[in-house]
Design a protein around this ligand. Structure first.
Ligand code: SAM
Ligand code: SF4
Ligand code: F3S
Length: 437
């Protein structure tokens, strides 16, 4: 086998970051990255959170079959769907050489080498190595850092705990050292990653150390912006809110998935909080972190969801005035507790509810955008806009997309101050006031 590889990634930021680790391990082992057409090995990182994610992957997988036939390209499939399907995937796609699970990615070079002796499937979930795995970032100026891996929450609809294993937190010193290395390399934004960052080290130390982590990182490295995802409303507490408010470089942005707005739905989803507790936390957060942007995830059509339950979701959404919401149709996932529940909601009803919910959340997002009109925003410039390369695409501290005209300076990866002159449904437009650094 030659030594050129391509990585194709589906799914959430955790998978994208695991793909960065795979690139790191292969780059360190003398491999080099290229496009799928020239690759000696193509590595897929897959997602199974909803069926649509699985279908997207299977469509893409079949498109590389001719490469296997023509060039003998090694096909490797890793990530969450690979963990879930294991041998079934090997049977279904005989041209796949290796299937590897969510705890195996540090061993990728070895796994690829072993394909010379035959096909293999490696999906042991008994321990993940999070230390000392090299990382080749997709982005020069933004870095993602795993602080917790896996999840212990078992929300009744969710497959993640089954495919990523139990929650494990990395030591604070190790996280701080990794952040330090990124800062030395010129990174401007640090993103702390976990399925539930708010329970960081609770299992290991008996209490959550997430607020402490924000303060330690903010004190040691005051220059880069710090973001984190995802927060769990049950574990998101006043101490964390204070740490966000008091740590200057922690951005005023919290993604706080509500999922549903009736106490009954929240209980059957096993979320561990009530609607009132959730609304109190959002109110407290808005009071303690001025200007904070709060976004959420919502699921409609969970088994047994009545019109009253759905109305309760709409009511909590109206009261919380989210800055943006990601809305999903419930999709049964095998092995999860909800998969066996009676009371399936007809597709038409689900879709009608989704439409109604999306109308309201769309309006809220555009109101939130309009509220920035006439303000000055500090932004981090990500690069030329994909739609209009004559403009820069940037994000504000509150994670809003901001576009502004490009001049002669190369501002990619720079902080800048932009005056907001127009607001669309999903983004803002502005004019450059000042390049900050
Ligand atoms: N750990 C995060 C959390 O607790 O929100 C992220 C979990 S998941 C990767 C992202 C979102 O997908 C969830 O917040 C939920 O809204 C949605 N989701 C998960 N399982 C789902 C399912 N079976 N059907 C529809 N949406 C689902
Ligand atoms: Fe899934 Fe719930 Fe864990 Fe999020 S907290 S990954 S929704 S089980
Ligand atoms: Fe992420 Fe999908 Fe796995 S959302 S954790 S890649 S199932």
């Amino acid at each position: 086998m030659g030594n050129k590889y391509a990585v194709v990634t589906f799914g959430c930021q955790m998978n994208i970051h695991d793909a960065e680790r795979i690139r790191g391990a292969l780059d360190a082992g003398g491999w080099s990255e290229c496009g799928t057409e020239e690759a000696d090995a193509i590595i897929f990182m897959t997602c199974c959170v909803r069926e649509s994610a699985e279908q997207r992957f299977y469509g893409r997988l079949s498109s590389v079959k001719p490469l296997k036939e023509k060039r003998g390209t090694v096909i490797a499939v890793g990530g969450c769907l690979a963990q879930k399907e294991g041998l079934r995937l090997m049977e279904q796609a005989p041209y796949v050489d290796v299937v590897f699970g969510t705890h195996q990615y540090p061993h990728i070079a070895d796994l690829l080498a072993q394909t010379a002796r035959g096909r293999l499937c490696s999906t042991d979930l008994s321990g993940v190595c999070l230390s000392g795995v090299p990382c080749s970032r997709f982005d020069d100026f933004r870095a993602w850092i795993t602080i917790t891996h896996g999840c212990d929450n078992f929300c009744s609809y969710c497959i993640v705990p089954y495919v990523r294993g139990g929650e494990v937190s990395r030591p604070m010193q190790e996280v701080a050292e990794e952040v330090g290395a990124h800062v030395t390399a010129g990174v401007r934004e640090i993103n702390l990653l976990g399925q539930n960052v708010n329970s960081y080290r609770r299992k290991e130390e008996g209490r959550s150390r997430f607020a402490d982590l924000l303060r330690v990182l903010g004190n040691r490295y005051p220059d880069p912006w710090i973001r984190f995802t995802t927060s769990h409303p049950r574990d998101f507490d006043s101490e964390i809110m204070r740490a966000i408010a008091e740590t200057g470089n922690v951005c005023e942005y919290v993604h706080l998935p509500l999922q549903a707005g009736s106490d009954h739905m929240l209980a059957v989803m096993n979320r561990g909080y009530s609607r009132d507790e959730y609304m109190h936390k959002v109110a407290e957060l808005r009071a303690s972190v001025p200007g904070v942007s709060v976004t959420t995830d919502l699921i409609v059509g969970f088994p047994g969801e009545t019109e009253e339950d759905f109305a309760a979701t709409m009511e909590v959404v109206e009261r919380c005035r989210f800055d943006a919401a990601f809305t999903f149709l419930y999709n049964a996932r095998e092995r999860t507790a909800a998969a066996g529940l009676p009371g399936e909601i007809p597709v038409k009803v689900k879709q009608a509810r989704l439409q109604k919910l999306m109308e309201v959340t769309r309006k809220m997002t555009s109101e939130s955008m309009r509220s920035e009109l006439g303000t000055d925003q500090t932004v981090l410039v990500h690069g030329p806009s994909r739609k209009n390369p004559r403009r820069w695409s940037a994000r504000s501290r509150t994670n809003k997309l901001v576009h502004f005209e490009r001049g002669d300076d190369d501002l990619k990866g720079a902080f800048a101050r932009v005056h907001i002159t127009a607001a669309g449904n999903w983004s803002l437009q502005g004019t450059l006031r000042e390049i900050l650094s």
